[in-house]
Design a protein around this ligand. Structure first.
Ligand SMILES: C[S@@+](CC[C@H](N)C(=O)[O-])C[C@H]1O[C@@H](n2cnc3c(N)ncnc32)[C@H](O)[C@@H]1O
Length: 399
């Protein structure tokens, strides 16, 4: 099978590679892309490499990518034609790229591509793999055998799954994503805990995600209205993956690019991508799709501040550092509420004693309150939010 980096320079440097045991896709046309390789990094940034991913990844520099998203063949092992009760054919995944002679063959392939990804992952990089019950347990075992460290498994619960037409099994209504770091002791990987929580009504983001399949406008169709790719993933799923575990400007590798969902979402969110896809028609569809994507404005995607990295300052420290005096009053911005600073670092509101947050919430009759932004101290007739004192203290500590 030939591996061809697309783009002006890439087309000229066609590299012949071969891998045993995998069927070659029918040659197709249309594999061209703008050449966006970064001369400084030596990486084919925002390009689609047409060819076998294991061979293609060998050409990339070691420790060069920040995130991997892999949607590999599932090895669905469909033995019979699937039909609906009205005898119409189900558009199942029966493509050559999903067929393997045996589980042993599939395992060898899985280990080979995982090792190829591992070599190009930075020490801080993480890897996502999506799969179904057909393959995900085998992938999970391979990850652990290869010394990756599983951080989470995410259940993507499908809002609109395909029914079990024969009524012989449960509706297969989810897929599983495994998220893993490069090794058990890998430190410093990206996880935007606070931002995910903020987007989830201030509750920790859970490991079960409820999202619809890719349908409607988002689903790529050919001139005859047929699906361009049988397993195009929803952009919302990729957005959650990318937003949670990468930063703007990061390089995201997808070794099984298909119609380029990873690339489309990466571009929209201000990340770079490197895609590898063995089928040039899928690659061409991906390229056209990504070209039409408008990146979001910087402010919409800027990396959230790493709040967990900031030193924690207890309210009592403001008193100890003499920014506040026991016995003085704190006020809300419009002086509707007032509370007394106690020597022990609590606030008093009538008979109630509690933290700045608890007393702030009580004063307003709300379930929760951020006391740091709610309470103000009076200095020379002006109200100063107490978060300013905390910032001064933090700056002094960091200095
Ligand atoms: C499950 S699909 C990925 C679909 C993709 N996530 C999307 O949203 O369009 C897997 C893709 O991997 C490709 N593929 C299979 N084996 C490959 C290999 N060894 N190297 C590169 N691509 C391969 C197939 O052609 C197929 O398009």
């Amino acid at each position: 099978m030939g591996t061809q980096r697309t783009g002006a320079a890439g087309a000229a440097s066609r590299i012949q590679v071969s891998r045993t045991g995998r069927p070659a896709p029918a040659p197709r046309t249309g594999a061209r892309a703008p050449h966006c390789a970064s001369p400084s990094s030596g990486l084919p940034l925002d390009e689609i490499i047409v060819g076998d991913c294991i061979a293609a990844l060998e050409k990339l520099p070691p420790e060069s990518v920040d995130l991997v998203f892999a949607d590999p063949p599932y090895n669905l092992q469909l033995e019979n034609v699937l039909t609906r009760p009205d005898a119409s054919l189900v558009d199942a995944v029966d493509d050559d790229w999903d067929k393997f002679a045996s589980f042993a063959d599939y395992d060898a392939f899985t280990r080979a591509w995982l090792l190829a990804c591992r070599r190009v992952m930075k020490k801080t990089a993480t890897l996502w793999v999506i799969g179904s019950y057909h393959n995900i347990f085998r992938v999970g075992a391979a990850l652990q055998d290869l010394n990756f460290w599983i951080l989470n498994d995410i259940v993507w619960r499908k809002a609109n799954p395909m029914p079990n037409f024969r009524g012989k099994r449960f509706t297969n209504a989810h897929e599983t994503l495994i998220w893993a770091s490069k090794s058990p002791d890998a430190k410093g990987y990206t996880f935007h805990y606070e931002a995910l929580k903020a987007g989830n009504d201030d509750l920790q983001m859970r490991s079960d995600w409820f999202l619809p399949l890719c349908t409607g406008e988002e689903r790529l169709k050919d001139a005859e209205g047929r699906k361009v790719h049988p397993t195009q993933k929803p952009e919302a799923l990729l957005a959650r993956v990318i937003l949670s575990s990468s930063n703007p400007g990061d390089v995201i590798l997808d070794p099984f690019f298909g119609t380029g969902t990873t690339g489309a979402v990466a571009k929209k969110l201000g990340r770079h991508f490197i895609g590898v896809e063995r089928d040039s028609a899928y690659a061409a569809a991906a390229r056209a799709r990504i070209a039409a994507v408008q990146p979001l404005a910087g402010a919409a995607v800027a990396a959230p501040p790493a709040r967990r990295a900031e030193a924690r300052i207890p309210f009592l420290s403001l008193i100890e550092a003499r920014h506040l005096t026991p016995g003085e009053m704190l006020f809300d911005e419009r002086r509707r509420h007032r509370a007394t600073v106690r020597a022990d670092g609590a606030l008093a509101l009538g008979p109630a004693i509690g933290s700045i947050h608890k007393i702030g919430a009580l004063a307003q009759g709300l379930p929760a309150c951020n006391g740091w932004t709610f309470w103000h101290a009076e200095r020379q007739g002006r109200l100063i939010v107490i978060d300013e004192f905390r910032a001064k203290l933090r700056a002094a500590m960091e200095a």
